[in-house]
Design a protein. Sequence first.
Length: 243
Amino acid sequence: MGRAFEFRKERKFKRWAGMAKTFSRITKDVIMAVKEGGDNPDSNYRLRLLYQNAKAANMPKENVERAIKKATSKDQADYKTIIYEGYAPHGIAVLVETATDNNIRTVANVRSYFNKLNGSFGTQGSVEFMFEHKCNCKIAADGIDIEELEFALIDFGIEDVFSDTEEKDGETLNIIMVYGQFSEFGNISRGLEELGHEILESGFEYIPTITKDITEEQVAEVAKLIEKLEEDDDVQNVYTTMR
């Protein structure tokens, strides 16, 4: 098991604070997918997989359809994914992934959070080199031999395959996570479907190549910045090098 497993283990119990934030994140993903590839999930592969993400988050189908309709409206502004970088207290690198229709607003807000909470807002490329951009797909583990699956997916660009568990609706589910480079998302997801596996959820993550140990008191200080960033409506994900 590689770095992706360790990263997921660290983050698996840290979810979005509330359902409203999760729905907002998925809505923006849907709008961007529609703007890029159209509103038909049969021809827009990314949109089709986002339906699965919405289902996994218990987001009603009509919410997704409303987001699609919103995306095709002339009045809907374009969201763009923009990465901001900086350092939290105690030398912890921070990568902030946003989806915004107003970069001036977003950069001002993100900079203010770093400044107010003893961080340092960085320039482009200042910390991103400490992370690898990965894609991931989740499938049910029932009846699957993980070694056979890994062998079958080698030609599709996978880098890491491991079994895991997660809690949903009071039940413990056995799942398999498949990771690869960001650029291999299409190959990996299609490979899983060709092998007859339903993708329960998929996405992208920045995984730190190095991590840093800090004390509990220092963790609490860094957490204040992370929490403030995650509260912002424009922020989709926050990644750090904190172990």
